[in-house]
Unconditional design. Structure first.
Length: 301
């Protein structure tokens, strides 16, 4: 049994911890708000450490799953951070959706401590994380990937080593580019069908069975058809954050991405009309409401 540190036990981090425990790993938890970690440790039979450094000291493999680059910096760097507690043989992994530059800032310090370092963001829902069926995109040295592989295999059915540190993060932004495009297209298709008098469920059935029926369409069914009662899986606020990261990376590599710009504009409009805590599938609700508003009061009148 391997002791694995999980830092950040929100929706995805908590699901990762559950999958690790189900695969026989002992989980050592840390969370900025310690109550969540304490409750999860009680559920899984793990224990909680006070600082990221203590997690690194207790575990050979540590995985952080936090909200943004600043949170990753706080977990990895500074007094009490993962690197300050790292030892030779550690593999320090970040699974967050952040810019490729984020973990690169910590590489030299991790290497100096004798630790490996990987960026390993994930693709898949919370349910897939709990079932150990994620897709993981890894950036870093081959030796570090192989040392971490037994732990990553408890979380994923597909593990792709994309190249040097930062390449996993870049690939995750590429994957999310497609997901946000699918979300926007699915929302528009449903809104159009409903405006033309077709029932939402019937329209969704056809889209699922058609050439557009990607896995995303299947597992977001409840979110699109029952938005008021389906738990939030990925908020509009997080979608806006990720779309800005994609746009920033596109600017850095001098790439035009008009679809991403449009998706961000629509997500930001949905936040203004619905609030930031709704699931990002709520774009469909926003579009339906916008359509009704424009029909009642056409522009220019």
């Amino acid at each position: 049994m391997t002791s694995v540190g999980v830092l950040g036990v929100g929706r995805m981090g908590g699901a990762i911890a559950r999958s690790l425990a189900a695969h026989g790993h002992e989980v050592v938890l840390w969370n900025r708000s310690p109550g969540a970690a304490t409750r999860l440790a009680s559920e899984l039979g793990g224990h909680v450490e006070e600082r990221p450094a203590d997690v690194a000291n207790a575990c050979d493999v540590c995985i952080s799953m936090v909200s943004n680059g600043a949170a990753v910096d706080a977990v990895f760097g500074g007094p009490g951070g993962l690197i300050s507690g790292a030892h030779r043989g550690n593999v320090l992994i970040d699974g967050s959706t952040v810019p490729p530059s984020t973990l690169r800032r910590h590489e030299a310090a991790a290497r100096a401590a004798g630790a490996g370092i990987l960026d390993a963001p994930v693709s898949g829902s919370v349910a897939l994380a709990e079932a150990g069926r994620l897709t993981i995109m890894v950036g870093g040295e081959t030796d570090d990937v192989e040392r971490a592989r037994p732990v990553l295999e408890a979380l994923a059915t597909s593990i792709f080593h994309m190249g040097p540190l930062g390449s996993g993060a870049a690939m995750k932004l590429a994957v999310n580019t497609v997901i946000f495009g699918l979300n926007e297209a699915l929302a528009e298709g449903l809104a159009l069908a409903q405006a033309a008098g077709i029932g939402r469920v019937a329209a969704y059935d056809v889209l699922t069975a058609s050439a557009a029926g990607a896995p995303y369409v299947g597992y977001k069914r409840a979110a699109f058809l029952e938005p008021e009662t389906t738990p939030v899986a990925f908020s509009l606020a997080l979608a806006a954050k990720d779309l800005r990261l994609i746009a920033d990376l596109a600017r850095q590599v001098a790439l035009s991405m008009p679809g991403t710009e449009t998706a961000l504009e629509v997500i930001e409009a949905a936040i203004r009309s619905l609030g930031s805590d709704r699931d990002f599938s709520a774009v469909a609700s926003h579009l339906r409401a916008t359509t009704r508003s424009e029909i009642r009061q056409p522009k220019g009148r």
